[in-house]
Ligand binder design. Structure first.
Ligand code: URP
Ligand code: ZN
Ligand code: ZN
Length: 463
């Protein structure tokens, strides 16, 4: 006995068409008309779109920062993801100084396993580079299905690695079928600018943005692209925010270099004026890279339209305003960096992208699911609606209208960066591997049975 979703419009990265979709067990078993089998549960989805379940390739759930942890755990973060129409997350497991990659990975596996409501994979963040770590990268690709690694060009003395390590990591990635995800900001320059600001008494949240100008991102993005080219390795630029960095990515793509880039709803919809709010409110928007001047936004939207940006992720890294952001009340450099977004990614991109006339439905699917599945070795199991793919389907009601608010969110954090934003459309039903997991803003899944996803090695030419 299966489930027949009938009367809806199937949307993939390539097609839009009317068809019924039949789910049986954990997979999609038929697409078309007159495909019902005796005993099927028939679900009327007339008027709705059927999108592949969203894939958010950039989350930080349960991330320890000093003595704190992010407000959202795997449990609360993944519930919020499902409610918003995202069925797979790829979180950043982190190797801290002195740890092996295997140890870092097992730390994150024990946080997620049995606690995650979505399916999940990990990128492995490397913060301590040496020859042994290079060998461990290969083991992780071959034995653990970890085909992407993150390195930070920022967060000096904490997460940042130097250019020598970056080059060596790119060389190793090219050898072992991995892609590097890079946080592109020049950490040394930021360190100097932060010290200068604080020593001059410039301690309010707006100086976070002032000490991380767009040029430090542009410089680091260009350097990352050149290092990747020297090593003949693929590169995925995380959370790209500004025109200068995008121009560098465009130039690399035009030259045929395997460079991919992600942006996030906050960079498309919020701008640096949010740092000038009364009192300490600006701390809610202390993220890295910071929000930019408004003139970057049309350039980023254009990047989504013309395929120069490949994914829209969230960089969900939530901290409560009370008790966590407040640690930087007298010094912006002590404000934990990050904000929430996993729950609102699809609705924001649908509202301001699709109904705003900036991207079409197929681009919406490519940006929210298909491209991430392809770059990160999950396609075609995830990221599309096809016979044999996992039955991860987000049934989207385009007629819903609402207002985003912390009062109604599932994310376990005490504010919403998008408070008051209009939301058009929402996930009506969310199926994860054939089971109804969320319905109209409510979690249905009774247990956190998200599966760990072993991912395939990176292959060039996939996008
Ligand atoms: O401010 C942010 N983005 N925090 C999360 C860590 C990162 O840089 O991705
Ligand atoms: Zn980052
Ligand atoms: Zn991040």
């Amino acid at each position: 006995m299966g489930i027949l979703l009938t009367g809806g419009t199937v949307v993939t990265a390539a097609d839009t068409y009317y068809a019924d979709v039949r789910l049986e067990g954990e997979q999609i078993t038929a697409i078309g008309h007159h495909i019902a089998q005796p005993g099927d549960e028939v679900v009327d989805v007339a008027g709705c779109y059927l999108f592949p379940g969203g894939i958010d390739p950039h989350t930080h759930f349960d991330l320890p920062i000093g003595t704190m942890r992010t407000a959202d755990s795997f449990t609360s973060g993944s519930k919020a993801a499902l409610i918003g129409g995202t069925t797979t997350i790829i979180d950043y497991a982190t190797q801290f100084k002195g740890e092996s990659l295997g140890k870092g990975l097992s730390n994150w596996q024990s946080l997620a396993q049995g606690n995650c409501y979505t399916d999940f994979g990990f990128h492995m963040a490397i913060t301590d580079w040496n020859e042994a770590i290079a060998r461990q990268m290969k083991v992780l690709v071959e034995e653990q299905g970890i085909s992407s690694f993150k390195l930070y060009m920022a967060y000096k003395n904490v997460l940042q690695v130097d250019d020598g390590a970056l080059l060596a990591a790119f060389q190793q990635a090219a050898k072992c079928g991995a892609i590097l995800c890079l946080h592109c900001e020049n950490g040394d320059v930021i360190d100097t600018l932060v010290r200068q600001a604080v020593s001059q008494g410039q301690t309010a949240p707006r100086y976070h943005a002032a000490s991380r100008p767009a040029l430090v991102e542009e410089e680091a993005t260009k350097r990352a692209i050149l290092l990747a080219r020297m090593a003949g390795a693929p590169l995925y630029v995380v959370h790209l925010t500004c025109a200068g960095a995008l121009a560098a990515v465009e130039e690399a793509k035009r030259q045929g270099q395997p460079v991919y880039a992600e942006t996030c709803p906050q960079y498309l919809l919020l701008d640096e004026s949010y740092y000038n709010q009364n009192g300490f409110e600006g701390a809610k928007y202390v993220i890295s890279p910071p929000l930019r001047s408004k003139d970057n936004q049309p350039v980023l939207w254009q990047g989504l339209t013309n395929h120069m940006l490949d994914t829209v992720a969230t960089d969900h890294c939530s901290f409560n305003f009370t008790g966590q952001k407040e640690l930087g009340l007298h010094d912006f450099s002590k404000i934990p960096n990050g904000m929430a977004g996993v729950e609102t990614r699809l609705s924001l991109l649908y509202t301001y992208g699709v109904t705003g006339g900036r991207i079409n439905l197929n681009q919406f699917v490519a940006l929210t699911a298909t491209n991430a599945a392809k770059v990160f070795g999950l396609y075609p199991r995830k990221g599309t609606i096809a016979v044999g793919s996992d039955a991860d389907i987000t049934v989207w009601d385009p007629c819903y209208e609402g207002i985003i608010s912390a009062q109604t969110q599932a994310q376990r954090v005490d504010y919403s960066p998008f408070e008051g934003f209009v939301q058009k459309g929402r996930a009506k039903y969310v199926y994860l591997r054939g089971h109804l997991a969320a319905c109209e803003g409510q979690l249905i899944a009774s247990q956190a049975d998200g599966q760990y996803l072993q991912r395939s090695p990176f292959r060039t030419g996939i996008l």
